[in-house]
Design a protein around this ligand. Structure first.
Ligand SMILES: [Cu+2]
Length: 505
């Protein structure tokens, strides 16, 4: 008796320990995404060429994503077959002229599909029937899907030709108000095939000097040799309106891996996700549709590439977010006509249900395309340029916007040659130092910080905020400085990095 009474608390502790261990086991274990290297910039899924078709094998499946406040959200999303769940779905990259096959295998307990806005002549084959995609109706005549769908456990292939370069959405066409909210969305990026950017093209890239006059790189003093070097690093987003064999001068961008970026904007009402999780766990299939949701819609998380600020700043494949593989922080260096005259490209997509007004601080961005169409027209061979410098970039639901960005050193200060514009700083105690402040107003320098201030500066770089201008959406469940926000990292010029032996990555 004595022994037992002495041991009882020990047994209880052990039992509690076992229960604690058991709760650490995921309820629904999922295949982890293939362990991939960290990187910056847009991360493409290229598929494989099978029988002349660019082929993507996707699954629709469920899993969990994390929010910066510690919340874990149950989602549905597309993933690459074999890699399992990820949010958003993979960024599918292709070239103009290619025929694309997307085979979707449905691992969800409800029917689902892929709708491809912006592509024409899409056909499907589900092994039983095939033909042009179109709305699907039930026996009573009610529409149940915008496109043919895959039943749970079955597959469907969609085939279409990538005729035009651009940035496109793909998303569920089945109960889309619910399924897109749950995470069934991704991006398709089509690049123009067969266009190489020449030195002459780079010399003629328009150069906006802040006045009404529009110069070119050549006017700004670029030499032919410099243009040739930059041309070898350049990529093209859209062909010229009048000469499809050439790149449009405003659509030439920095071909470095981090020169091309994507921002897929979305939002989450966590109550819907919890409701669907509970219905799924209970096997209550009738509740896995929009009509069964009993309360009003209210989003509390707002994301870029499936992540909320500050997670947006982490690199692609950050190991602590295995199911949210895409970062959203663009890296640039100061524009320089001699060594760095190619702009960064930012591709925006909105899969939310209202327009988002996105605002990059510091410089305007140059909006060049909307919904996969270059904003230029041609009347009797004369090009009408409707591209525009924008302070606020409006992205409509289901739509896309492409914009270029450059950061210019307006005061022409030059740390390589020791020219500094005088900047008077307040005394330390009067200075509130943010965690992205290097301690110095000069790019490539670091200065003294007040005691207790930890900086995230690596090499005296600048960080510019870029965020949804509806500040209620720059929040994580109501807590500000989160949500649909990221930073643009302006690194010191390459020459200064070399000279000062700066480590910027
Ligand atoms: Cu702001």
């Amino acid at each position: 008796m004595k022994l037992t009474s002495k041991r009882s608390p020990m047994v209880l502790v052990l039992a509690l320990f076992c229960i604690a261990l058991a709760t650490l086991v995921p309820i629904s274990p999922k295949t982890n995404a293939a362990f991939a290297a960290e990187s910056e910039g847009m991360l493409c899924t290229n598929g494989t060429i099978v029988g002349g078709y660019r082929t993507f094998n996707l699954v629709a499946t469920d899993g969990y994503t994390s929010e910066p406040d510690g919340n874990s959200i149950y989602d549905w999303s597309y993933g690459v077959m074999g890699n399992g769940f990820q949010l958003p779905g993979p960024i599918l990259c292709a070239n103009t002229g290619e025929v694309i096959d997307i085979t979707l295998t449905n691992q969800l307990p409800v029917a689902t599909s892929i709708q491809l806005p912006g592509f024409t002549n899409v056909t499907y084959n589900d092994g039983i029937s095939s033909g042009a995609v179109g709305p699907v109706f039930d026996a009573t005549g009610a529409m149940i899907s915008l496109v043919p769908q895959a039943a749970p456990g079955s597959s469907i292939t969609y085939r279409f030709k990538a005729n035009n370069a651009g940035t496109y959405v793909y998303q569920s066409g089945t109960d889309p108000q619910l399924q897109v909210q749950m995470g069934l969305f991704g991006a398709i990026v089509v690049r123009p095939a067969g266009i190489s950017v020449t030195a002459d093209d780079v010399l003629n890239i328009p150069y906006y000097d802040g006045t009404a006059s529009q110069l070119t790189n050549a006017d700004a003093g670029m030499s032919a040799g410099e243009a040739a070097t930059l041309a070898s690093n350049a990529k093209c987003a859209y062909p010229s309106i009048n000469n499809p064999a050439k790149c449009d001068p405003l659509a030439i961008y920095d071909g470095a891996v981090d020169g091309e970026n994507i921002l897929i904007l979305s939002e989450i009402d966590p109550a819907i996700h919890t409701f669907m999780e509970q219905a799924f766990t209970a096997g209550d299939l009738a509740s896995l549709n929009w009509n069964s949701y009993p309360i009003g819609y209210e989003a509390h998380y707002f994301m870029i590439n499936g992540r909320s600020m500050p997670d947006t700043l982490a690199p692609n494949n950050a190991p602590w977010m295995p199911w949210q593989p895409y970062g959203a922080m663009a890296h640039v260096q100061p524009w320089d006509v001699h060594v760095n005259a190619l702009d960064a490209l930012l591709r925006y997509i909105n899969v939310g249900n209202a327009a988002y007004d996105f605002h990059p601080h510091s410089n305007h961005e140059h909006v060049i395309a909307q919904d996969g169409a270059l904003m230029k027209g041609s009347t009797a061979g004369v090009v009408n340029d409707n591209t525009e410098e924008k302070f606020n970039i409006l992205i409509n639901p289901g739509g896309s916007v492409d914009a270029t960005f450059r950061w210019t050193n307006e005061e022409s200060y030059d740390d390589v040659n020791g020219f500094r514009v005088p900047v008077a700083q307040p005394n330390g105690p009067n200075l509130n130092q943010g965690s992205y402040w290097s301690g110095s107003p000069y790019l490539g320098s670091e200065g003294l910080l007040n005691p207790g201030v930890l900086t995230k500066s690596q090499c005296g770089e600048y960080y510019h905020v870029a965020h949804n201008h509806d500040l209620t959406q720059v929040t994580n469940y109501g807590i500000t400085f989160g949500g649909m926000m990221t930073l643009i990292k302006v690194e010191p010029p390459a020459a200064l990095q070399t000279r000062m032996n700066l480590k910027c990555n």
